[in-house]
Design a protein around this ligand. Structure first.
Ligand SMILES: C[S@@+](CC[C@H](N)C(=O)[O-])C[C@H]1O[C@@H](n2cnc3c(N)ncnc32)[C@H](O)[C@@H]1O
Length: 339
């Protein structure tokens, strides 16, 4: 069960795959770790209990505020840092650590963010159509109300893996012409009307559309790609990188990065090996690990979790080539002009 640092509501975040995370982090007393996604502090607390020091990052100011009481409790071994994990090496440096022994990231939203209707992440509770983890910048309502229809189709189709994206964006365009979207339930109802819920559906019809908007509003894939590059820079030789993701877009990105950094590319067995790339990571296990059945039964959120880990080698970081991530080209969609 959760040992969240400071649960703010009646449904505290249950840390996912905690034993597997701690095993992969393999920390000893006195080592330094970055928890790139502090959230309710479940991972941080467990790491602190192992005697390590933690630089804990979160872009959500409410998560950082809720964790303040633990700073005193752990006698200076917990350093809370408000910011984005794309910047994790700089934030660790500011906290006094230019290199660290482990980095962990538990990607996505926390239960607290989903449970608080006013944050606008939930299609089950009415709230403003917001979805900004950082509480800054354009909201999901801004995207839904101002992006051109083909752009909405791409966002919902690519980031939500939603086959009916075009029909959903057409309906959004029609409804917003009469009255702009303001709340989560307005959008959930719109999607539900398009997809018409069937009894056998295991998930709410708006799940994929909400996921797409959340990922877009928070630039989650770009953030993850930059975090992996930052972790590569900040980890000591022998340092451990551990990433837990919850959907295939994120897992694919981590997988592609670790493959690029830990495997000599194929080539032909009839030709001499020409790849001189420096391999900055070594994967102990090539595939991803999933949550145990016992955990999946207790915590449904863990069912889609995938954990990947790797150990930093001595090789220096080479040239940065972001094409290894295969990121969808959505960054240029900032239209704002209607339809
Ligand atoms: C799944 S929760 C982490 C839960 C945490 N492992 C625990 O045990 O309590 C993810 C957290 O990461 C934060 N987050 C998401 N993207 C981020 C980013 N790019 N930079 C920093 N924090 C981020 C969210 O605000 C959220 O609090």
């Amino acid at each position: 069960m959760s040992s969240a640092v400071s649960p703010q509501n009646d449904a505290p975040h249950i840390p996912v795959m905690l034993p597997e995370v701690l095993k992969a982090m393999d920390l000893s007393k006195g080592e330094v770790a970055i928890d790139a996604t502090f959230g309710a502090g479940g991972y941080s607390r467990a790491i602190l209990q192992e005697g390590a020091t933690v630089v804990a990052i979160d872009r959500d100011p409410t998560a950082i505020a809720a964790g303040q009481s633990a700073v005193e409790e752990f006698d200076g071994r917990l350093i809370l840092s408000h910011g984005c994990f794309s910047d994790l090496d700089r934030l660790a440096h500011e906290a006094g650590y230019s290199q660290v022994d482990a980095v962990v990231a538990d990607i996505g939203v926390s239960s607290m963010q989903i449970d608080q209707a006013e944050r606008g992440f939930s299609f089950q509770k009415d709230g403003p159509l917001d979805m900004r983890m950082e509480m800054q910048g354009p909201t999901a309502a801004d995207v839904v109300n101002t992006f051109e229809r083909p752009d909405l189709t791409r966002i919902i189709g690519i980031l939500g893996d939603e086959r009916q994206a075009s029909r959903i964006s057409a309906e959004i365009a029609e409804r917003r012409a009469k009255s702009p979207f303001e709340t989560t339930l307005q959008l959930a109802k719109c999607v539900e009307d398009v997809l018409s819920r069937k009894a056998k559906d295991r998930i709410h019809p708006a799940t994929r559309t909400f996921q797409a908007l959340r990922i877009f509003v928070n630039r989650e894939l770009d953030e993850l790609a930059e975090a992996l590059l930052a972790a590569e820079r900040v980890l000591k030789p022998g340092g451990r990188l551990v990433v837990v993701t919850f959907h295939s877009l994120e897992d694919r990105l981590v997988k592609r990065f670790l493959q690029d950094r830990s495997e000599v590319s194929g080539g032909s067995r009839h030709l001499p090996q020409v790849d001189t790339k420096e391999l900055t990571f070594k994967q102990i296990k090539r595939g991803a690990i999933s949550a145990s059945k016992t955990e999946a039964d207790v915590n449904p959120r863990s069912r889609s979790a995938k954990l990947r880990s790797a150990i930093r080698t001595e090789c220096a970081v080479g040239d940065i080539d972001r094409s290894v991530f295969g990121l969808p080209r959505l960054a240029e969609l900032t239209s704002g002009g209607k339809r």
